[in-house]
Design a protein around this ligand. Structure first.
Ligand code: ATP
Length: 304
């Protein structure tokens, strides 16, 4: 267990509440260009899944953060932790002295393309607003979230979005059916800057018009058919950083009833889409036998 204490540990209250920090998955990711300031222009559908970190908030007379869980030791220095940064940013914005105990259960592999840090940051903003009794004024939290990272505003919303620009333009996607996914992360880290370095401006040149609402709820099969036309443009670069990603994509694609296998974000997490929870669980059982050291999970979309 790792912790930081800004003042002292006395006066801990028993009153606490827990919030989920769901993982994000990029169902596809197109890199369409690069701005003069170096930021890449993207298109993506981002969804949140029922797997992720957990944060528990309780009253405390100073700010105290502890990190536990399987991946706790992989998170870097606490002062660089997005939970700490989010708490400081919120306190500054609302002119509030930061207090409270935040316990982070780090279940997600770090630097794995699932936005764990961004989701932790967004959940910290939500949790501390509640703990400190702040009103979540429209736009104020979103602005703070954007300052913390490109994916943090989507993580605040944590429902499916179409994303464009440098991640700053979001269009809510309503009525998406539940999806049955298998997530598989080989035990390697593929930091986003390293992957973009390998990407070296190999833009696909693809720009897809945003998928419009059909005026009706599209079925899972229709979604899968749509997604076959989309790719993750970072795949080749991520494989250069870690060849295990090629193995993961092939292993997922080879599981029975897998419709598509793709990379999420800059990896190394890969995912497969299936028709049913049963098919996804069968794929997990097979993959766990073949790759006992990988992080492997069957999941659906996150629901509040
Ligand atoms: P991104 O695409 O934003 O780079 P990712 O999904 O690949 O993110 P994360 O697990 O969010 O990966 O980690 C990205 C970086 O953020 C790591 O270098 C990690 O040390 C740092 N980080 C800071 N706070 C956290 C946190 N709470 N959980 C995980 N990583 C964190």
């Amino acid at each position: 267990m790792r912790h930081t204490n800004m003042n002292n540990m006395s006066n801990m209250s028993a009153k606490s509440f827990a919030l989920a920090a769901p993982a994000k998955i990029n169902l596809f990711l197109h890199v369409t260009g690069r701005r003069d300031d170096g930021y890449h222009l993207l298109q993506s559908i981002v969804v949140f899944v029922d797997a992720g970190d957990h944060l528990t908030f309780s009253r405390h007379d100073s700010l105290f953060i502890d990190i536990q869980g399987y991946f706790a030791d992989d998170v870097g220095d606490l002062r660089d932790n997005l939970v700490y940064k989010a708490a400081q940013a919120l306190a500054q914005e609302y002119d509030y002295v930061p207090t409270g105990q935040i316990s982070l259960q780090k279940n997600l592999p770090v630097a794995s393309g699932m936005g764990g840090g961004s989701s932790d940051a967004a959940t910290t903003l939500r949790g501390l607003c509640r703990l400190w009794g702040l009103s979540e004024e429209a736009g104020r939290l979103e602005k703070l979230a954007a300052q913390l990272g490109a994916d943090v505003p989507a993580c605040l919303y944590r429902r499916p979005v179409w994303m464009e620009g440098v991640g700053d333009k979001m269009m809510r996607m309503q009525d998406m059916p539940d999806m049955h996914l298998v997530l598989a992360t080989p035990p390697v880290q593929t930091p986003t800057p390293e992957v973009f370095k390998c990407f070296a401006r190999r833009f696909s040149g693809r720009y897809s018009p945003p998928i419009k609402h059909a005026g009706r709820r599209k079925s899972l099969q229709e979604w899968i058919a749509d997604l076959r036309f989309y790719r993750n443009d970072l795949t080749d670069a991520a494989i250069e950083v870690s060849p295990d990603i090629r193995t993961a994509l092939a292993a997922i694609a080879a599981t029975p009833n897998c419709h598509i296998a793709r990379l999420s974000g800059s990896g190394a997490t890969c995912f497969g889409l299936y028709d049913s929870a049963g098919a996804a669980q069968a794929a997990v059982n097979k993959l766990r036998q073949e790759y006992p050291h990988w992080w492997i999970k069957a999941t659906g979309l996150f629901k509040e």
